[in-house]
Structure formats: C-alpha cells, structure tokens
Design a protein around this ligand. Structure first.
Ligand code: HMG
Length: 383
C-alpha cells in the first residue's frame, strides 16, 4: 500500500518587505541579500495573524467535507508555539471543523518538526489505512531588528493531507535520521528571539546533510544518480545551494547541472517569502512540483530536512501519475503576487509590535482566518 501526500498547500501573510529596502536601510550592498543570501522578499505577519491562522488559511484550501469526516490525527509542527501547554492543533481542529474523534498534538524540534509530524502521520496511515491525517507546519521566523539573522526572517504555513494511495506524492519507507546535541540556534523559553551562531549553523547544516546522505545511500545501497532531484530545508536560498555544491564538488558537470537546475526550481517561492522554519522544505517541494516539467512516477526525489539543535533526516518520495491535476499552481502564484509591499517604517512598526495575551484587544483583518480579539488571555479567531 502506498501512503503519502494527497493534497498540499501553503499560505503566507499578505505583507512583505523588499530586500532592497532592507539593504538600503542597513547600508548594505543589495547584492549581499539578493545573491549572497539569495532572498528577494521577506514575508511579515500582522499581529492579527499567528501560527494558528496561518495554518488554518493553508489547510482550508485543501480539505473537503469528506476529508474533515475522515481525519483522525492533526499534528502541528512549529517552533513558534503560542502556549506552553495547549497544542495549537486543538484550536486548528475546531477552526477547520474536523470530526471530534481525533488526536490533536503539537511537536517540536526546530525546523525538523514538520518532518517529524509528516513521518508520524505517514506511519499512522500505514497502520490505519482508512484514516486520513492532517499535518500543518507553521511558523513565524523572526530574529529582530538589526540582528544578524534579520535578512533570513519569514512567516507562513504548509498544510499536507496524508492518505493511502495519495494523488500527489508517495513517501517511501526508506528513511534515516541523525541527531546531535549542538547549540547552533536555540530559543530558551524566556527569549523573544532565537540565539544564533550563524557560521556554526551553516557548517552544522552542511555536515549534517553530508553525513546523513552518505549513510542513507550506504544503508539502502543507492548513489547520487539514483535521484532525479534533491530538495533541502531552505532557511535562505543560498543555504541549500551551499550544501548541494559541497556534494557536487567532484561530480561530472552535466550531472551536477541537472541537480542545480532542479534546486533552482525548488527555491522560487522561498526567494519571495524567506524562512518558514518547519514548512521550508515543503514550500520547496511545492515550488519544485509547480515549476518542473512533468515528472515520472519512477523519478526519485530526495528530501533533506534539518532542524537546528540538531536533527536531520533524509528520505525519498516519488510522484503519482496525474499529480499535476492536484496542484494549486495558479492559486499559489496569486497568493504571492497580491501581497502588499511594506515601507521600511511599516516593517519596523510590525517588528516592534508583540501580541501580549494579558492585554485585551480587538483586531480587524479581512483574511479568511484571523485573530478577532484577545480577551482574558484567550485568542478568539474569526472563522
Ligand atoms: P552574515 O554575517 O550576515 O553574512 O550572516 P556573511 O558575511 O556570512 O555573508 C553571507 C554571504 O553573502 C556570503 O556568501 C558572502 O560572501 C556573500 P557565502 O560565503 O556564504 O557563500 N556576500 C555577497 N554576495 C554578493 N554581493 C555582495 C556580498 N556581500 C556578502 N556584495 C547568516 C549570514 C545566514 C549566517 C545570518 O543571516 C544568520 O545568522 N541567519 C540565521 C541562521 C541561519 O539561517 N542559518 C542557516 C543554517 S541553520 C538552519 O537552517 C536552521 C534554521 O532554519 C532554524 C531551525 O532549524 O529552527 C535557521
């Protein structure tokens, strides 16, 4: 029995900062951001959008009434949790109208949590083939004004419906994870922003990919040319390219070019959005599927998931015949094109605002799902 992604979609806040505006304000050569980091735009969320509304706006696009009756597992992967106890999945379960006899949980391990959620959901459906599972990877990546990580911020969510005999992508059972206790990026519970050792985070990422990719191929007796494309967690688009270039150093030029061309297709959306943390790898997957010329079911796609701290995982997948009919390519491009470009002053205001749940307040936001008000430490969502 095949199990995998039956439906997939993303949602990003409808505001962005242009990286040229950031470069001018920071007195930096714009090419450092456009080429050196590889980002053109950075998604910024208003206070009325949090990980719940981003997740709900992503998931609502793909769920039918029948799916909502069949889903019995909702897992949210996030590192931008709004509560130390209550899982965001419980609120999403209600907002999305999913039948009550379901399990709803939130999982954490930096950007890797989206993959942890996906693998748990896939295993759940392998055990219970009549079930459907909803995975939501949702985050707000903020490092703060004038910080080292400032050009690598972003926000958004990816939603995936996991079923047997999926219509888009089969996730194979072959997988390998790698865990190492490293302080490259972490956020103690009293900190608003993560603490980051930028150079260490870059080298840990590259070494983790190199290590797990080599071990995976040894374990399953595969080699580079068995893959059609390699997709990466994309904290900023230069990062995956660095890991890929490292792998391709001594590889035949024509083979290397094909991997690089495919990587370029996978970063088109991320260049316009920035880091989605848990959703980044899957935003790359959507971008790749939306832009690549037809893939064949026998084409193997390798996926590298990375979460600081650190856990990495390499696994593989292949498309299902006719998968293109189930993509939302036009809608995805519209979501990006209709966004509002912030002035630098508006961006600074957004970054200085922090939703304090101890202060009652009301919000106005036209988006399908948004925060309506905060009262008595409870966020009330517009449905
Ligand atoms: P920085 O100090 O601003 O940048 O830090 P830099 O000086 O290292 O320059 C960046 C690149 O721009 C360099 O290229 C420069 O040469 C180039 P590279 O050597 O890397 O190939 N450059 C230029 N290129 C063209 N024209 C120019 C120019 N000037 C310079 N004029 C850093 C950059 C990414 C470290 C910083 O923004 C940061 O700390 N970001 C946050 C951490 C991060 O994203 N790390 C990535 C790996 S960890 C990860 O992926 C996990 C994560 O998603 C979190 C999680 O798991 O939860 C972050």
């Amino acid at each position: 029995m095949n199990v995998g992604i039956d439906q997939i979609s993303f949602y990003v806040p409808q505001m962005y900062l242009d990286m040229i505006d950031l470069a001018q304000a920071r007195n930096v050569d714009p090419n450092k951001y456009l080429i050196g980091i590889g980002q053109e735009k950075m998604a910024i969320n208003p206070q009325s959008q949090d990980i719940i509304t981003l997740g709900a706006n992503a998931a609502e696009k793909i769920l039918t009434a029948q799916d909502k009756e069949q889903i019995d597992l909702v897992i949210v992967g996030t590192e931008s949790s709004i509560d130390e106890s209550k899982a965001s999945a419980v609120i999403l379960h209600r907002l999305l109208g999913i039948q009550p006899y379901a399990r709803a949980i939130e999982v954490k391990e930096a950007c890797y949590a989206g993959t942890a959620a996906l693998q748990m959901a896939v295993n759940h459906v392998r055990l219970h083939p009549e079930s459907k599972a909803l995975v939501i990877a949702t985050d707000i990546a903020r490092y703060g004004l004038n910080s080292g990580g400032e050009p690598t911020q972003g926000a958004g969510a990816v939603a995936m419906l996991i079923t047997k005999e999926p219509r888009i992508l089969v996730i194979e059972e072959k997988t390998l994870a790698l865990t190492k206790d490293v302080y490259d990026f972490w956020r103690p519970t009293n900190q608003k922003y993560p603490l980051v050792d930028g150079p260490l985070s870059n080298s840990t990422y590259i070494n983790a990919f190199s290590d797990v990719f080599t071990a995976y191929n040894q374990k399953y007796q595969q080699s580079l040319t068995d893959y059609k494309a390699l997709l990466f967690h994309i904290p900023y688009t230069k990062m995956g390219r660095k890991a890929l270039n490292h792998l391709l150093e001594n590889v035949d030029e024509a083979i290397a070019k094909e991997f690089i061309d495919n990587y370029e297709l996978s970063i088109r959306y991320s260049r316009q959005i920035g880091n989605l943390y848990t959703g980044s790898l899957y935003l790359g997957l959507i971008s790749y599927l939306d832009h690549v010329a037809t893939l064949k079911p026998e084409d193997t796609i390798g996926l590298f998931s990375y979460g600081s701290g650190m856990v990495g995982e390499f696994f593989q997948a292949h498309v299902v015949e006719g998968y293109q009919k189930h993509l939302h390519t036009t809608q995805n491009q519209e979501t990006l094109n209709k966004r509002h470009r912030l002035t630098f002053a508006e961006y600074e205001t957004c970054l200085n605002e922090h939703l304090d749940p101890s202060i009652d307040q009301v919000f106005t936001d036209e988006t399908r799902f948004s925060i309506e008000k905060v009262e008595n430490h409870i966020r009330y969502y517009k449905k």
